[in-house]
Design a protein around this ligand. Structure first.
Ligand code: HEM
Length: 402
C-alpha cells in the first residue's frame, strides 16, 4: 500500500495498539507527508522534528482552531473558553510568552520539585493504601489520574476536600481536542468558568494571606506589575490541562511497558537505582504527548520539501523517538538505555516547564508501587487504548492485581 494511503489510517483504533510498523514505514519512505484527514503535514524523522521544534517560523497551533468549524452562535457560546485560551502562555506573542515563561521558571525550579517530593510520596502512598486490601485496582482511576491532580492542587494550595473538582474540570477541558462534539464543548465551557471563578477566589485569599505556593508567587508578581489577574487565572487552567492528563498517561502507559517487558520489570525490581532511567525510556517509547502541532507562519522548507505558510505541521514524537538513526534497536524497551535524547517534553522555546515535576511524580509513583504492592501484575485481556484525536496516547483503564 502507498504511504499516502496508509497515513490517514494512522490514528484509527486498529492502529492504536501498535502504530509503530506504520510509523517506521512512513519515516523510511515519506518522512514529510500531507495527511488529508489531519489537514496537515506529518513529520516522522527525529532530525526533522528537532529542527522544526527549534524553528521559530513554526509557531504553536491555536488550541481552539478546530472550533472554526462550528457555527457563529456556537462559537459565541464558547467565547469564555476562547478568551481563556488566548491568554495561555503558548498562545500569546513572543514577548508575553517570554514574560510568563520567566515568571513560571521562578516556581518550577529543582528546589521546588525536591521540596514537593515527600508530599508527592505521601499522596501516592495514601492512594495505594486506599486500595491495597482489595487485591487489585484500576491504575488509571485509582492512582494515575488522582496523583497529578492532587499535586496540582498542592501547587495551587487547594483545600483537600475540594480537590475532586480538579479532576472533573480537567476531563472536561480535554474536549478542546475533540471540537466537533458541542455537548462536550459546553461542559468544557462550564468547567473553564467554574475553575476560573474558583481560582479568582484563591487569588484573593493569597493577596490577603500569602503562603509558600504557586498562587502566592503569582500574586507577588501581580504586585510587581508583571502579570494581571486574568492571565493568572487563565494560566492556572493551562497548568491543570498541561500537567494532569499528561502525567497520568506517563504513569499508566509506563506501567503497560513494564508489564509487556517482564525482563525489564524484573531488572528494575532488582536495581531500583535504574528508576530515573526507566522513566526516560517510558517517555521515549510511549510518551503521552504523541504529537506536537505547529503552524507555518511563513513558507518553510522541511527535509527538502517546500511547505506553504498557514499549514498545520504534526511533529510525530512517537515516531521520532523510535528513529533508528538516533536510537539503537528503537523498539526495544531498555531501561539501561543511555544516552536517551527523546523529545517527549518538546524542545527549544516551548520546552515543557513541568518536565522535572512529571519525572519526579512518575519516579515516586513507581517506587511506591514496588514497595507497597510488589506482586503487581496485569489483570486485563487487552490494553484499553482510547481512540482520541492525535495529540495524546492514553488508556481508558488499567486493571491490575497484587
Ligand atoms: C509526562 C508529563 C508531561 C509531558 C509528556 C509534557 C509534555 C509537554 C510538551 C511536549 C510541551 C511542549 C509543547 C509545545 O512545544 O508546543 C509541554 C509544554 C508545557 N508543559 Fe508539559 N508535559 C508534561 C507534564 C507537565 C506538568 C506536570 C506541567 C506543570 C504542572 C507542565 C507544564 C507545561 C507548560 C506550562 C508548558 C508550556 C511551556 C511554554 O509554552 O513555554 N507539563 N509539555
Amino acid at each position: 500500500m502507498s504511504d499516502s494511503a496508509i497515513a490517514p489510517g494512522l490514528f484509527t483504533p486498529d492502529l492504536l495498539a501498535d502504530p509503530h510498523p506504520v510509523l517506521h514505514q512512513l519515516r523510511a519512505h515519506s518522512p514529510v507527508i500531507w495527511v488529508e484527514p489531519l489537514q496537515g503535514y506529518l513529520l516522522t524523522r527525529h532530525a526533522d522534528i528537532v529542527a522544526a521544534l527549534k524553528d521559530r517560523r513554526l509557531v504553536p497551533a491555536n488550541m481552539g482552531q478546530g472550533l472554526d468549524r462550528l457555527s457563529r452562535e456556537e462559537r459565541d457560546e464558547l467565547a469564555p473558553v476562547l478568551q481563556s485560551v488566548r491568554l495561555w502562555m503558548g498562545h500569546t506573542n513572543e514577548t508575553d510568552h517570554l514574560r510568563f515563561q520567566q515568571l513560571l521558571k521562578r516556581y518550577f525550579t529543582p528546589s521546588t520539585v525536591n521540596k514537593l517530593r515527600p508530599r508527592v510520596r505521601e499522596l501516592a502512598e495514601e492512594l495505594v493504601a486506599a486500595v491495597k486490601d482489595q487485591g487489585g485496582m484500576d491504575v488509571v482511576r485509582d492512582l494515575a489520574y488522582p496523583l497529578p491532580a492532587n499535586v496540582i492542587a498542592e501547587m495551587l494550595g487547594m483545600p483537600t476536600d475540594e480537590r475532586e473538582k480538579l479532576q472533573a474540570w480537567s476531563k472536561d477541558i480535554l474536549a478542546l481536542f475533540a471540537p466537533a462534539d458541542m455537548d462536550a464543548l459546553r461542559r468544557c465551557r462550564q468547567s473553564v468558568l467554574e475553575m476560573q471563578d474558583y481560582v479568582r477566589g484563591l487569588v484573593a485569599a493569597r493577596r490577603a494571606d500569602p503562603r509558600d505556593d504557586l498562587l502566592s508567587m503569582f500574586v507577588a508578581a501581580e504586585a510587581e506589575g508583571v502579570v494581571n489577574e486574568d492571565e493568572i487565572v487563565a494560566n492556572c487552567v493551562l497548568l491543570l490541562f498541561a500537567g494532569h492528563e499528561t502525567t497520568a498517561n506517563l504513569i499508566a502507559n509506563g506501567l503497560v511497558l513494564l508489564f509487556e517487558n517482564p525482563d525489564q520489570f524484573a531488572l528494575l525490581k532488582e536495581k531500583p537505582e535504574l528508576m530515573a532511567n526507566a522513566v526516560e525510556e517510558m517517555l521515549r517509547c510511549d510518551g503521552p504527548a504523541s504529537v506536537i502541532i505547529r503552524v507555518t507562519a511563513e513558507p518553510v522548507e522541511v527535509a527538502g520539501q517546500a511547505l506553504p505558510a498557514g499549514k498545520n505541521v504534526y511533529l510525530a514524537m512517537l515516531a521520532g523517538n523510535r528513529d533508528p538513526e538516533v536510537f539503537e534497536d528503537p523498539d526495544k524497551f531498555d531501561i539501561t538505555r543511555t544516552p536517551n535524547r527523546h523529545t517527549a517534553f518538546g524542545l527549544g522555546a516551548f520546552y515543557c516547564l513541568g518536565a522535572a515535576l512529571a519525572r519526579m511524580e512518575a519516579d515516586v509513583c513507581f517506587t511506591v508501587l514496588q514497595e507497597q504492592v510488589p506482586g503487581l501484575r496485569p489483570d486485563y485481556e487487552r490494553v484499553d487504548w482510547v481512540p482520541t484525536q492525535v495529540a495524546s496516547r492514553r488508556l481508558g483503564s488499567l486493571k491490575v492485581a497484587f
